[in-house]
Design a protein around this ligand. Sequence first.
Ligand code: GLN
Length: 202
Amino acid sequence: MMAPVAPRVGVLAVQGDVREHRQALESLGATVVPVRRPGELHGIQGIVIPGGESTVIDKLLRSFELFEPLQEALRAGLPAYGSCAGMILLADRIVDGTADQQTLGGLDITVRRNAFGRQVDSFEQDLRYAGWADPVRAVFIRAPWVERVGERVEVLAEVVSGATAHPVAVRQGALLATSFHPEVTGDHRVHGHFLDLLAEHT
Ligand code: GLN
């Protein structure tokens, strides 16, 4: 039998914690392609959009002439995983974005930017993640939460605050997003989940 071919996964490398995502994906056997130019989108089977600052990533995407090609690739079905700022970029709608902030979109969700940050900048919590026996250690850094989800969106994890549960991990088809940063904990199950989705959709 032939060994399975390693998936080629892009990591958007214009700003944010690119290196940690690269390490997580490589530890799972993926071949990682840093994406800074439109041509680097060719031949990848999925893309990770790291955390960082969504307004800055948005501006850099436009100045690198990557915004439209990446948006087209997503519309054509390129699987994607967005963490934190990456979740904001994959969301169809933002609350508390800057006036000129755009998103790539794809996920039928409304995210609230810096949602937890009004009370506290950063925190960690163990969360249940759909389908997993063991909780995931979720690290939140000026994180968004999901305020509304469309019908086709599956909620994978939530943070409960008072009487309200805020989704912080969601999936729609082969688009996955988390408000938190699994790439900083050494627990690579979220990246593994993304590689599974990518294999199913390729
Ligand atoms: N607050 C940031 C934003 O709006 C996201 C923070 C993060 O990615 N850690 O993009």
